[in-house]
Design a protein around this ligand. Structure first.
Ligand SMILES: C[C@H](O)[C@@H](O)[C@@H](O)C(=O)CO
Ligand SMILES: [Mn+2]
Length: 589
């Protein structure tokens, strides 16, 4: 079900008529319209639709009009508000008091009217009444008649809007976990209280046998299945079979496994999203789906010891395309690691791009690389690098084969993918039969290497007893190693899996002292990665969700959190963040 969260703009004015309110109405309306335009042109829901922005029909000078605004916004599913004003107004009578909306105020930096005085006073009210609010105030004084939104104000409005919409898209949606905990991986343990209280999400469990039930009873679109299988045979070339001849599956078995994994992919998608075609086949309940926003699959080991694994399913669902062409990625976590899936989801909601899922497998020091390959790491690899590799599944976008206008390898918002991008990602990927010691039931692993130097942000949400959820962020780059070096170290691991060589940006201090320290401090076996340096957005989103960021390498001046965070300290921002999140607690408790 689609229920887009809207951003509501609240024009605030001084109530004194006879020359003040009248003089402000035009300016405040123009501020509201320009903010609406800025957001609608630059911020998108994960499905590519421009964000819906509504402006209160009037302006707000007191509690009565504030209440009217609240009523209008409630009917419009407004989950975040941006109040705008060029003047002094009366904070306790005009601010957004809704405990659930995510709030910001843009106070015009002009001195004809005391906009900044209102802003500061409104922040004091928000801070004292447990209603955290983002403060947006331009660095340079503007003339009252100026209509241009200054660049620094634009950056804050857009960061606020992207993150508030991401938070809003999670509300009332579900995480759908197929199976249970995989191989004792703690991230697979699904804590419904965390999702309900911090994200406003529902947690659902689906036994993996549901996939077999639908397969055996033919509860999937048979026509689409034929098209999908034809597309797979034409576009998903088989790679090397790592199994010794005496153990390798026969051609017949392998063909059955292709049929199986294509059906499995469609069935899991239908369980997550629903499919009205199923209603026409007499399966009304199955047609509804489970309102899934993201999900995960246990796989190992009970399923994968018996049936084909979900490597193909996870890789295709996480990619920005399938046999129907380009489409919104469906974030789907390997090994049912919902915390890594959530980390992927944050990146996807903020950018519209496919997210990578990886084991954080190994730190390669320059010395070790030299010893093993006789190559002296240089450039971004000079301090060593981290091997990101997942057991058989990463979105094909992570091959880095989509190209921007300059011909550079990138990962694009799914709606910008071109046919040639999809073709290039498919051509760069082969699908290796599963290594049968680990996956006795077979299946196919997406096998590629990230073949472009791209800005990436590695992300992880962890749950820590006594602290709650925490976020880790490492901005850095994928790197491309000389082919022989890549080959020598890649085949030391599972040669049929997708590899990304990652170098975090280090600064010689604390967790980012060097590449080794980043790996040593990482909170779990998995990490998600998203294209671009989006750490500042992740920090803002985390503050909205009251998730403290306990590790990041984002420049301090880019950090944008609710104004009240400064009241928890300005010297140690990490401690202040932790204290503020603890003080306010989860949004939906
Ligand atoms: C195939 C192996 O069991 C992998 O799945 C395992 O090493 C992991 O990915 C653990 O996160
Ligand atoms: Mn893993």
């Amino acid at each position: 079900m689609k229920n887009y969260p809207a951003i509501g703009i609240r024009p605030i004015v001084d109530s004194r008529r006879l020359g003040i309110r009248d003089a402000l109405e035009g300016k405040v309306r123009e501020m509201a319209q320009s903010a609406k335009k800025l957001i609608e042109e630059n911020v998108f829901y994960a499905d590519g639709t421009p964000v819906r922005v509504v402006i209160f029909s009037g302006s707000i000078a007191g509690g009565e009009e504030a209440a009217r605004c609240e009523a209008q916004f409630a009917a419009e599913h407004v989950t975040a508000t941006l109040s705008v004003t060029p003047s002094w107004c009366y904070p306790l009578e005009t601010i957004d008091m809704n405990p659930l909306t995510i709030k910001a105020i843009w106070g015009f930096n002009g001195t004809e009217r005391p906009g900044a005085v209102y802003l500061a006073s409104a922040m004091a009210a928000h801070n004292q009444m447990r209603r955290p609010c983002f403060s947006i105030y331009g660095r340079d004084v503007q003339d009252m008649e100026e209509q241009e939104i200054p660049k620094d104000v634009q950056e804050k409005i857009l960061r606020f809007a992207r993150c508030a919409v991401a938070a809003g898209e999670m509300q009332n949606k579900s995480y759908v976990g197929f199976g249970a905990v995989s191989m004792g991986i703690m991230g697979s343990f699904l804590d419904p209280a965390f999702y309900a209280q911090y994200l406003g999400m529902r947690s659902e469990w689906v036994d993996m046998t549901e996939i077999l039930r639908r397969m055996d009873l033919g509860i999937y679109d048979q026509e689409e299945y034929k098209e999908a299988l034809t597309w797979v045979y034409a576009n998903c070339k088989e790679g090397c079979d790592p199994n010794p001849d005496e153990r390798a599956h026969s051609r017949g078995q392998k063909d059955e496994e292709w049929e199986f994994v294509v059906k499995m992919t469609m069935i899991i998608r239908d369980i997550m999203l629903g499919n009205e075609k199923l209603a026409g086949m007499g399966f009304a309940e199955e047609a509804l789906g489970r309102n899934g926003l993201f999900g995960g699959f246990q796989g190992q080991r009970m399923w994968t010891d018996y049936k084909p694994n979900a490597d193909f399913t996870e890789a295709i669902l996480n990619s920005s395309f399938d046999w129907n062409g380009k489409r919104q990625p469906l974030v789907f976590a390997t090994e049912n690691d919902n915390l890594n899936g959530l980390s992927m989801l944050f990146g996807n909601l903020l950018t519209g791009k496919a997210s990578g899922f990886s084991d954080v497998r190994c730190y390669w020091s320059p010395e070790a690389v030299k010893r093993v390959t006789n190559w002296e790491p240089e450039g971004k690899a000079a301090e060593g690098f981290i091997h990101l590799i997942n057991s058989g599944s990463t979105c094909l976008d992570a091959s880095g084969k989509a190209k921007d206008e300059a011909g550079k390898g990138v990962m694009k918002p799914w709606w910008e993918m071109k046919e040639e991008d999809i073709r290039a990602c498919l051509d760069a990927t082969d699908w290796c039969p599963a290594e049968l010691c680990q996956f006795r039931g077979g299946g196919y692993s997406s096998h590629f290497k990230t073949d472009a130097e791209m800005p990436l942000t590695m992300v992880r949400v962890n749950l820590v007893d006594g602290l709650g959820p925490v976020m880790q962020i490492a901005e850095g780059w994928s790197i491309v190693l000389p082919e022989d070096v890549h080959h020598k170290i890649d085949i030391r691991t599972d040669r049929t899996w997708p590899t990304t060589w990652f170098v975090p940006r280090t600064n010689g201090k604390k967790a980012f002292r060097d590449v080794y320290s980043v790996m040593a401090n990482w909170g779990a076996n998995h990490g998600a990665f998203i294209h671009g340096h989006v750490g500042a957005d992740l920090i803002t989103l985390s503050s909205m969700l009251r998730i403290p960021v306990t590790m990041h390498n984002v420049d301090e001046e880019k950090i944008f959190r609710p104004h009240v965070w400064a009241s928890f300290g300005t010297n140690d921002l990490e401690a202040a963040d932790r204290e503020a999140c603890r003080a306010f607690g989860p949004l939906y408790r």
